[in-house]
Design a binder for this molecule. Structure first.
Ligand code: ADP
Length: 326
């Protein structure tokens, strides 16, 4: 029998569609296993200030289809200090919370790792980020929905791009990872993707134009991952205006709409499976691991591995994009 009688659950950092499905699954799985649940609002901030509420199964009714997070999220600089983390720890003890489930991205899991080590406190993490940039899991909660949102937008932009014979640079999110841009480009039929992983190695814009961009087409769409390495869509467009003035260039930055919306079936199922796995991990006396999914199987990934390693992009996809866009 696990020593965990009461868990706390929080969402932190950037919100992602499917976080609610995860909150629902964690809550219900905990209750199913005779644990009690406390919902902690606004991530580590609410943990420090004590914005904490008892969660019953009804608290998570009718939320699986909703984007965002009912627990709210926040960024919390105090948690980056030993004093802030001590306050958080004191709050957990005061509330009789034996273990924490933290849903968020790289920053959230970095904080969880430091805290878990500092206080020898059990935490299980769930990868909740549209960027898909956590190592040890094939996909993260929110990624599929964001990808589908990108497709919808690119399809619309294509109508105007082709009516005007324009070259469009569309910036998508990713925080230094090119998954959304690369897979978004393949799925939307874009001509190319400019992503940080490759921009470090080669001048992707020059390569793209040398490879005969628009030899066969009048309009083109290129997805650009937001990043200092790529310069983002604005940076790339500025270069084109200077170096290749023959192109009629436009920029569209998709921005925060990529985070919103009802989660896709895939994200709801992923979040539900992962949420249930988080409680099973605690019952199994696992601690300080992120739940991941690899080849459709749930896996436990030590925090250190999930956050320290850069998740590589699958280079086969570059070839797929190049061939499919001639
Ligand atoms: P995400 O989880 O989406 O990557 P952030 O990077 O903003 O989002 O991180 C969310 C929160 O996690 C931060 O506001 C902070 O409270 C906590 N956090 C991030 N990095 C650290 C760190 N090095 N030490 C302690 N806490 C951290």
């Amino acid at each position: 029998m696990s020593a965990v009688k009461r868990i706390g659950i929080l969402t932190s950092g950037g919100d992602a569609p499917g976080m609610n499905a995860a909150i629902r699954a964690v809550t219900r799985s905990a209750i199913f296993n005779e644990m009690s649940v406390k919902g902690i609002y606004r991530g580590y901030k609410g943990l420090i200030t004590g914005e904490i509420e008892d969660f019953k199964t009804q608290n998570v009714s009718n939320i699986i289809q909703r984007g965002g997070t009912i627990l709210k999220t926040a960024r919390c600089d105090e948690f980056k200090t030993p004093e802030g983390r001590k306050q958080a720890y004191d709050r957990l003890i005061e509330q009789d919370i034996d273990a924490l489930v933290a849903i968020g991205g790289d920053g959230t899991l970095t904080g969880a790792r430091i805290f878990a080590q500092e206080f020898n406190y059990p935490i299980v993490g769930l990868p909740g980020t549209i960027d898909n940039d956590l190592f040890g899991t094939d996909v993260t909660i929110g990624y599929d929905t964001a990808l589908n949102t990108i497709l919808e937008c690119v399809d619309k932009i294509r109508d105007t791009a082709s009516s005007h014979d324009r070259l469009f640079f569309i910036e998508v999110m990713g925080r230094d990872a090119g998954f959304l841009a690369l897979n978004g480009a393949i799925a939307s039929g874009a001509e190319a993707a400019i992503i940080p992983e490759i921009s470090m190695e080669t001048d992707q814009l020059a390569d793209m134009i040398d490879n005969g961009l628009r030899k066969t087409k009048n309009s083109s769409i290129v997805l650009v991952a937001e990043s200092e390495v790529t310069g983002g869509a604005m940076g790339v467009a500025e270069r084109v205006k200077k170096e290749y003035p023959e192109f009629d260039v436009r920029v569209s930055i998709l921005g925060h709409l990529q985070r919103g919306g009802s989660p896709s079936a895939q994200d709801r199922i992923l979040a539900t499976r992962m949420g249930i796995a988080a409680i099973e991990a605690l019952l199994d006396d696992q601690r300080n691991v992120m739940i991941g999914i690899q080849n459709e199987e749930i896996v436990y990934v030590p925090f250190a591995k999930a956050i320290k390693n850069d998740k590589p992009i699958n280079r086969d996809l570059l070839k797929v994009l190049r061939i499919s866009s001639i």
